[in-house]
Design a protein around this ligand. Structure first.
Ligand code: SF4
Ligand code: SF4
Length: 368
C-alpha cells in the first residue's frame, strides 16, 4: 500500500509518447520517444486507460484488496519506466493532450529499391536520374553480382545536388570494402551512403564510421535473388513515431516506394509478381501516376488477416510480396512466425500450413 499512502491524492497522467496496442492475448507498450517496446498484460493497459486523469486513491477504492499488491507492482513499473507521471492537479490531464496519430503522405516517392545481377542490361544512372526527378529520399541498391567500391561511389555521386538523403547498398563481400583502410575518409566525402551490407562474408561483424552514423555489416549469409526479403523478427521492429503513425493507415513497406527488379521490370518491390512496364521504355513517373500501382500503399495492418489481432502491428513492417495465401492481397505475411493468439513465435518455414505457399514462391532459405 506504499503507493496509495504516498500518491493517493495525485492524478495519473500517461506520457503522450507511450502508447498501448491491444493484441489478441496481450498488449504492447510502445515508448515511441525512447524507441523501446515491451509486451504487457492486458490488465496493465486497462489500468492506465481507465484511470487516466483520475486519482490513485480511486483506483485502489475500485479494486478488491487482494489485487492491491498487483496495483503496487503495476504502478512501480509505470513510474520507474517513466511511462506515466503523477500530477497534483486534475487540470494537467486536460493540458497533456494525446499524441496526434495523423500521417500526412506527400504523395511522392520516398524510397526505392534497384536490384541488379550479372544479366541486368538497364542503365542504372538513368534510373537514378529518374528517381532524383521524383524527389526520392532513400535508395537501396541490391546487387547479386560483384559491386566494387568504385561503382558504389559512382552511383552515389550520381545523386549529388538532389533531395536523396540516404543510399544503402547490399552487395556480395568485396575486398575493396573490407580491406579498405580509408573508408572513414570515403564516407566523409560521400555522406549519402547510409549503410553497406556485405553478404557471403567470411565472418559476421559490424563496423561503424563517422561516430556511429554509417554502418558496414558483414554477414556470412548468402543472397542469390530478391526472395531473401520479407522476413520478420523482433529485432526488425521500428518503435518510433514516423513508423507508428504511418502504420495506422498505410503500408509500412510499400507506401511511396517504387522498384526496378534485376530484369528491368518496374514494380512496387522486386519480389512482387505484378510489373508495370520495362524501365527501357517506361518512365518511373508514368508508373507513379497510375492508381493501380498505388493500391499497395494503403493496405495496412488493421486490414490484414492475423496482423490485425497482433500487438506488434504498428511497429512491425509489412510484406505484400510473400503471403500465406498468395491469391489474397490481405493475407498475413508468409515469413512471419508469430501467432498473436498464443503470443508465441515459431519457425515459419517449418509450419505445415505454409508449405504450399513456400513451394509456389520457390524460396531459397536465406534471409537478411
Ligand atoms: S514487400 Fe516484402 S519482399 Fe517487398 S520489399 Fe517489402 S518486405 Fe521485401
Ligand atoms: S502477425 Fe503480422 S503484425 Fe504481428 S509480427 Fe507477424 S507480420 Fe508483424
Amino acid at each position: 500500500m506504499d503507493n496509495l499512502n504516498r500518491y493517493g491524492k495525485k492524478y495519473l497522467i500517461p506520457l503522450a509518447s507511450c502508447l498501448f496496442t491491444t493484441g489478441a492475448k496481450r498488449a504492447l507498450l510502445c515508448d515511441l520517444q525512447r524507441q523501446r517496446f515491451m509486451p504487457v498484460p492486458m490488465s496493465l493497459k486497462d489500468l492506465v486507460t481507465d484511470y487516466k486523469g483520475k486519482r490513485i486513491e480511486e483506483m485502489y477504492a475500485d479494486y478488491p484488496e487482494e489485487e492491491h499488491q498487483t496495483l503496487e507492482e503495476y504502478l512501480d513499473f509505470l513510474l520507474e519506466g517513466e511511462y506515466i507521471f503523477l500530477s497534483n492537479t486534475a487540470a494537467d490531464a486536460e493540458r497533456f493532450i494525446d499524441l496526434p496519430l495523423d500521417f500526412l503522405p506527400s504523395g511522392k516517392i520516398q524510397n526505392a529499391i534497384i536490384d541488379v545481377d550479372g544479366q541486368s542490361s538497364f542503365d542504372l544512372h538513368k534510373i537514378i536520374a529518374e528517381l532524383i526527378s521524383l524527389d526520392c529520399i532513400a535508395i537501396q541498391v541490391r546487387s547479386y553480382r560483384l559491386m566494387e567500391l568504385e561503382e558504389i561511389l559512382d552511383i552515389t555521386t550520381a545523386t549529388a545536388n538532389s533531395n536523396c538523403r540516404n543510399i544503402e547498398f547490399i552487395i556480395p563481400y568485396s575486398e575493396s570494402i573490407a580491406g579498405n583502410s580509408q573508408l572513414e575518409e570515403v564516407f566523409i566525402v560521400h555522406q549519402r551512403i547510409g549503410s553497406i551490407i556485405c553478404y557471403d562474408a567470411p565472418e559476421n561483424r559490424s563496423d561503424w564510421y563517422l561516430g556511429n552514423q554509417i554502418r558496414v555489416d558483414y554477414t556470412m549469409q548468402h543472397l542469390s535473388d530478391e526472395t531473401h526479403c520479407g522476413v520478420f523478427h523482433l529485432s526488425y521492429f521500428s518503435p518510433n513515431i514516423p513508423h507508428f503513425t504511418e502504420a495506422q493507415l498505410h503500408n509500412t513497406c510499400l507506401n511511396q516506394k517504387i522498384s526496378v527488379d534485376r530484369f528491368g521490370q518496374i514494380k512496387n518491390c522486386p519480389g512482387m509478381a505484378t510489373a508495370y512496364g520495362d524501365i527501357k521504355d517506361t518512365s518511373l513517373s508514368s508508373v507513379v501516376a497510375r492508381s493501380d500501382f498505388k493500391k499497395m500503399w494503403t493496405i495496412h495492418k488493421d486490414e490484414i488477416r492475423t496482423c490485425k489481432d497482433c500487438e506488434f502491428r504498428y511497429i512491425c513492417t509489412d510484406c505484400r510480396a510473400y503471403l500465406e495465401d498468395p491469391a489474397d492481397d490481405y493475407s498475413k505475411p508468409l515469413k512471419c512466425g508469430y501467432d498473436p493468439h498464443t503470443a508465441s513465435w515459431e519457425d515459419w518455414s517449418k509450419n505445415p500450413l505454409k508449405q504450399s505457399a513456400i513451394l509456389s514462391y520457390g524460396f531459397k532459405f536465406t534471409a537478411i
